[in-house]
Design a protein around this ligand. Structure first.
Ligand code: CUA
Length: 342
């Protein structure tokens, strides 16, 4: 049992889809605090520490008084001590009610102010669109035409960003621990999150609403980069073109990564939400209506652009369309990649 607990983290890592490098660790050691990489995180941490100090003072005060009374009113060595008659002490009761009330009001007001700040994105915030689906995050940047990334959020330091989020299927929850932010992502409605990053670095992005089999692999990365590098870094991340010396199949592997395909399709024959790519090309599949189809270039292309047109028997129509997200060259590369998975 202990052994399996010890090896569990490594096993979980190995089980991650190969095209998703996973998420960076929350912090360097399990004992250290989470990194704080946004203005909101720093403000909330200050409030949280204030809360802990208050609790600490109250705890020490109460336990201290208890200990003192235990000592002071302990049973005397001989005979019974007479209990003094109990009356009330108005002044004392007022003090022990007023002091905590004063601090509760401070906590409420402080929390409310931070909450209001967090609930109201500044009007000049930069827009990003986030779509959750089983089991990846699609992140689109309106400022770069046609740029849609999977599981990678790029953020400049010191610029407010507004994420408008929705879901294609079930409720997910977008969680940025280093920014102390979390919000449900709900089908049929938009939810909004905003933040201003303060520290460059690589931070985790997670789904924190159980959304099905692969919920735990619905993870990503937040890349916080200096403002002056942001445009170049984002343009590079968005670019999806075959390199001069790059074989088509390797380019196809990059397209698979970009599309987040591996959250549903394996390359080792394991069946997940969709058929495995292993040995797929050339296979004859039986469709849900009983007819058969040979997996060729046309079928793969159709399945990428119109995934629900011909569903293989035993699978459910869950795949989003990639029409408008992948161009012809990218689709050709994807086909070459699938062909190579023998
Ligand atoms: Cu999406 Cu859990």
């Amino acid at each position: 049992m202990l052994f399996s607990l010890l090896i569990a983290p490594a096993a979980a890592e190995a089980a991650l889809p190969p095209s998703n490098p996973g998420t960076p660790p929350m912090s360097d050691s399990p004992w250290s605090l989470l990194p704080a990489a946004s203005a909101n995180a720093e403000a909330l941490d200050t409030l949280y520490i204030f809360f802990w100090i208050l609790c600490g003072i109250a705890f020490v005060g109460m336990i201290g008084v208890q200990a003192y009374f235990m000592w002071k009113y302990k049973k005397p060595a001989e005979g019974h001590a007479k209990t003094s008659p109990l009356t009330h002490n108005g002044k004392l009761e007022f003090i022990w009610s007023a002091i905590p009330t004063f601090f509760f009001v401070i906590l409420f007001a402080w929390g409310e102010i931070e909450f209001m700040k967090q609930a109201t994105p500044p009007p000049d915030a930069m827009d990003v669109r986030v779509t959750g689906q089983k089991w990846s995050w699609t992140i689109e940047y309106p400022e770069v035409k046609g740029c849609s990334l999977t599981n990678d959020l790029y953020v400049p330091v010191g610029v407010p960003m507004r994420l408008t989020m929705t879901s294609m299927d079930v409720i997910h929850s977008f969680y940025l621990p280093a920014f102390r932010l979390k919000k449900d992502v709900v089908p049929g409605r938009y939810t909004v999150l905003w933040f201003e990053a303060t520290k460059p670095g690589l931070y985790p992005l997670m789904c924190t609403e159980y959304c099905g089999d692969e919920h735990s692999s619905m993870v990503g990365r937040v890349h916080v980069v200096p403002q002056e590098e942001y445009s170049a870094v984002l343009a590079k991340a968005c670019e999806l073109k075959q390199g001069d010396a790059e074989p088509l199949e390797e380019f196809g592997a990059r397209v698979v990564t970009r599309g987040g395909c591996a959250s549903c399709h394996t390359t080792d024959g394991t069946v997940k939400t969709g058929p495995s790519f292993k040995g797929l090309f050339g296979k004859t599949e039986t469709l849900s209506d009983g007819s058969t189809v040979t997996v060729d270039e046309n079928y793969i292309r159709e399945s990428i652009l119109e995934p629900n047109a011909k569903i293989v028997s035993g699978f459910s129509p869950q795949m989003p369309s990639f029409a408008g997200r992948f161009d012809d060259k990218q689709i050709a590369a994807l086909i070459a990649y699938i062909k190579a998975q023998k």
